[in-house]
Design a protein around this ligand. Sequence first.
Ligand code: UDX
Length: 484
Amino acid sequence: MSEEITVAPLHAVVVPFPAQGHVNPLNNFAELLAMRGVFITFVTTEWIHQRLLLAAGDHKPKDRGSNFRFLSIPDGLPPEHGRTAQLDEYLFALQSLGPALTSLLTAADKSVPPITCIVADSFLSCTAELAKNLGVPRVVFWTSCTTLAIMQANTDLLISEGHIPVEEEDLKSKDKLITCLPGKIPPIRPTDIMSFYREKHLSDNLYNIFLHESRINKMADYVLVNTFEELEGGKEAQMGLSFNGCPALAIGPVSLPNFLEGRNSMYSMWEADKTCLQWLDTQPQASVLYVSFGSIAVKSEKQLHELALGLEACGYPFLWVLRSDIAEGKPMELPEGFKDRTKDRALIVSWTEQLKVLSHPSLGGFLTHNGWNSTLEAISMGVLMIGWPYFHDQFLDCRLAKDIWKIGLDFEGVDADEFKLVTKEVVESKIISLMGSSIGKKLRENAMRLKEAAKKAVMEGGTSYTNLNTFVKDMKNMNLYEDN
Ligand code: UDX
């Protein structure tokens, strides 16, 4: 690593949105900064910190060496609150954390270097107040793709052009394309816009909370995105996030260099089943369908039954993650006799070490909700996807995977109608198309190309690698400037 920069006095405070899909990328990013000599303070809420500690077993987040410290603050909600399951109340509570964060970080601690910057998740407007109080730059880290980030940061533009709120009839139109956004990104469709901006949600608190967050995001001093230039429109795409001329750089996939170099930087809120990898070892190459919908998405009991019967009918081995709250907050009841009938080719678990699962040679495809982390992890490992988005950015990620990168399939109509029931026949035929047809073969070639491009981007001399070094250098320069 000849380009490595050692800048011991830099101190980045890294603040993820307290949810699984945000802690993972910010934690991986923090690891990459720590590798470059930056002192890290990683701040989460007590609720999530306790869950990470419980699930980690021997691999505790606090044991990370002398230039890494973990701090946590209460989120102001009672222990029994659903957090991401009651998203509007959760976001609202988090918006008020500015003063608590300021008190936490201004408490004098002579054993750590002075704070250089706040690296904050894109949905944490409270960190703008923190950065202002501390007099340091606020770096906004987008845990979504660049296209979504540009849409979200330009909410006001989309409102003024009449695209938000997204109307019911526009959702059904396949022809309407939105081309008014900056940055070199593909034209988007109404169904690609974040689901919280759909017309029926107008009275929701979420609509207004996201609008507020988008306005604060535009005031970033520096922008980083967990994507890579070769995937999304080169440098020009990220420049669509450069409001007030601030730098905007793609530095992902941030989990990939840690994975490639054997550093375990994935922390989970659930304990991973350790038998998955051994079970995968017993399966034929490229034969297994991995089914997982991330940490938040839920489905109705009826829909889960159709899915189970489709998995049974397709004939392929499958590894299915069934979280204990997957059936709209409850555990799923499997169809009668299902376990017995599929026991020779199925493994059902409550959580996996996903990156390791996706990298396994037995994996043949991924039935996913297309959360951005899952999408990027599948791209990093060259795994094909069938997208079944649930909310938020997942409709866009699914469409990019299918139409732009051509590495996946989807279930038609789910993007416009969240209550659409996908039948067992449709599940079966889609899996067969992906796993066993010439369509899948073509998509697999594209997936392998992107896998190589992702690897190249994060290795020494690659675009993301170089961009991350540029970020560290820029922070160092800002630091020197502050000292003078
Ligand atoms: C959320 C949003 O839903 C998503 O759309 C947004 O982009 C980020 O925040 P989540 O729904 O959990 O995240 O999905 P995803 O982004 O895919 O993140 C899930 C993370 O959990 C991934 O890093 C994945 O590797 C990990 N995971 C998932 C496991 O480690 N084990 C599992 O069994 C399932």
